[in-house]
Design a protein around this ligand. Structure first.
Ligand SMILES: [Zn+2]
Ligand SMILES: [Zn+2]
Length: 84
């Protein structure tokens, strides 16, 4: 009896914050506009040298929410979203 109650409580406690978390995450992942950390401009207007802030790659880099550029591989790995 005690084991059943414990499992039920744990499930409801875990279930609640998780659904809130995924909702918050969805809002945070909404695309741009993002601003370049170096020059403060939008990606279209930014004239900075663009390279990935993680691996220094300059192929397929996009501006992400934190104002840095990241290549596709690193964006995928870190789940960064480029603006649309
Ligand atoms: Zn810039
Ligand atoms: Zn990279």
């Amino acid at each position: 009896m005690q084991t059943v109650d414990l499992v039920g409580n744990v499930t409801s406690v875990i279930g609640q914050p998780l659904s809130i978390f995924s909702k918050t995450r969805y809002i945070l992942a909404m695309p741009g506009p993002y601003y370049c950390l170096t020059c403060g401009r939008k990606e279209e207007e930014c004239k900075c040298d663009r390279f990935c802030g993680i691996c220094q790659n300059d192929y397929n880099v996009r501006l992400c929410a934190d104002g840095n550029y990241y290549c596709k591989e690193c964006r995928d790995a870190c789940e960064y979203e480029a603006q649309s």
